[in-house]
Design a protein around this ligand. Sequence first.
Ligand SMILES: *[C@@H]1O[C@H](CO)[C@@H](O)[C@H](O)[C@H]1NC(C)=O
Ligand SMILES: *[C@@H]1O[C@H](CO)[C@@H](O)[C@H](O)[C@H]1NC(C)=O
Ligand SMILES: *[C@@H]1O[C@H](CO)[C@@H](O)[C@H](O)[C@H]1NC(C)=O
Ligand SMILES: *[C@@H]1O[C@H](CO)[C@@H](O)[C@H](O)[C@H]1NC(C)=O
Ligand SMILES: *[C@@H]1O[C@H](CO)[C@@H](O)[C@H](O)[C@H]1NC(C)=O
Length: 377
Amino acid sequence: MKASLFLFISAVAGCVTQPPTPDPFTTFTNNTVFVPDADYTSWRTIYGRSLQLADGSLLMTWEDYPPEPPLDAFPIYRSTDGGATWGSYSSVVDTVNGWGMRYQPFLYTLPVSMGDYPAGTILAAGVSTPANLSGAYIDLYASTDQAVTWAFVAHIAYGAGPETVTNGNQAIWEPFLLHYDGQLVCFFSDQRDPLHAQKLSRLSSSNLTSWPTDSTDVVAYSTYTDRPGMATIAHIQSKNDYILTYEYCGSADCTAYYRVASSPLEFDSATGNAVVSNDSSHSSPVGSPYVIWTNATGTDMVIMNGASQSALFVNDDSVGVDGWRMVEVGQWASYSRQLRVIDDNGVQRLFIANGGNMVTLSTCNWVACGVVDLDLL
Ligand SMILES: *[C@@H]1O[C@H](CO)[C@@H](O)[C@H](O)[C@H]1NC(C)=O
Ligand SMILES: *[C@@H]1O[C@H](CO)[C@@H](O)[C@H](O)[C@H]1NC(C)=O
Ligand SMILES: *[C@@H]1O[C@H](CO)[C@@H](O)[C@H](O)[C@H]1NC(C)=O
Ligand SMILES: *[C@@H]1O[C@H](CO)[C@@H](O)[C@H](O)[C@H]1NC(C)=O
Ligand SMILES: *[C@@H]1O[C@H](CO)[C@@H](O)[C@H](O)[C@H]1NC(C)=O
C-alpha cells in the first residue's frame, strides 16, 4: 500500500517539469499555476481559462477534480506579478442545483452595463451537472467585486442528459460569452436537436437574467453524426469581422475549422475551412481550438491553437486559407489551451493558459501558463 502510494506520488511529481520561478512581468513558458494532490480524480485538472482584471492582476480557472464532497467547483487563482506566482483567490461554487460546477468554465468581463450589472462585472459561465450526469445546466455567475465573491445570475440553457458525448444524449457543453449589439451571446455545443448528434448553438440575453428557451444554430451539418464543437470567437477589429473557430468532429475527425462573418450572428451561412499551415507540412491543429485577434505589435494578427500540437497558428486579418503560419513558442499543448493578450506591466504580451490533456497525460495533468513576446509571432 505504502509502496504503491509512493510510486503514484513519484509518478505525479515526475510529470511536472517545473522551471525556476520566473521573474515578475517577464516572458516564460510551462510555468506551474497549480499541481493537484495525488488523490485527485477524473482528469485531475483540465480546460484552463484566464482573465485580466482592471488592476492588471491575472486570474486562472479550470475544471478541478478533487475527491467529492464537497461538490466540484471552479477554483479562481490569481497572480499579481504577470503570471510568475499564483495563489488561491476565490471559487465559483454551485449555489442553486446541488450538483457542483463541473465542466468548461469561462471567464468574461462585461464591457458595458447590462440589466442590474455594471460595466466591468466579472462573469463566469460553466456546466453544472451532478456526478451521475443525469442532466446539465449552463449556469452564469457574476462578481461585482473583481472576482472576490460570486453570485448566481441565471440558468442559460438546460440539457436533460445524460451529460455524455454519446450521440442522442441531451448534453450541452463549452459556453463562450461575447457581448454584441446590446446582447450577451452565449455560444455552446448542443446535443439536444434530434437532427444533429451535436451542433453549435447560441442564446442571447439583454440583461443577463432572462434567457430564451429556443436556441439558434451557429454551425449545424446535415450529416447527423457530425459534431462541430468548442466554439471560440474573436473580433477582427481592423476589418470589423468576426472569426469563429471550432473542432469539426465526425467527418473531419475534429480538425480545427474556422468561419469569418461580418457579424457573430451570421456564422451559420459562412463557409467553413480547415486551418492548415502554409509550410510544406500542411499541418492542421486537431481538437479544442481557441482564437484571438490582436494588433498590439502594430500588425493585425489572428492567432489560434488546437490541442494536438504546441505550435500557434498565426494569420493576418484577412484570414485567408493560405495564410496560416505555424509558430512554435515552447509551451506544451493542452486540451482547449486558451490564448489572451494581456497588459504585462505596460507591455502587451500573449498569455497562454493550460489545464491539461484529456487522454495521454490525464494521469498527471496540472495547470500551467506561459507569457510570450508578441514580436516573436
Ligand atoms: C442523479 O443525481 C442527482 C443529484 O444528486 C439526483 O437528484 C438524481 O436522482 C440522480 N439520478 C439518478 C438516475 O440516479
Ligand atoms: C430581463 O429582460 C426580460 C425580457 O427580455 C424581462 O422580461 C425581464 O423582466 C428582465 N429582467 C430584469 C431583471 O431586468
Ligand atoms: C488597434 O486597433 C484599434 C481598433 O481598430 C485602433 O484604435 C488602434 O489604434 C490599433 N492599435 C495599433 C497599435 O495599431
Ligand atoms: C504564410 O502566410 C503568411 C501570412 O500569415 C505569409 O506572410 C507567408 O508568405 C505565407 N507563406 C507561404 C509559404 O505562403
Ligand atoms: C515546455 O514543456 C514541453 C513539454 O514538456 C517541452 O517540450 C518544452 O520544451 C518546454 N518548453 C521549454 C521552453 O522548456
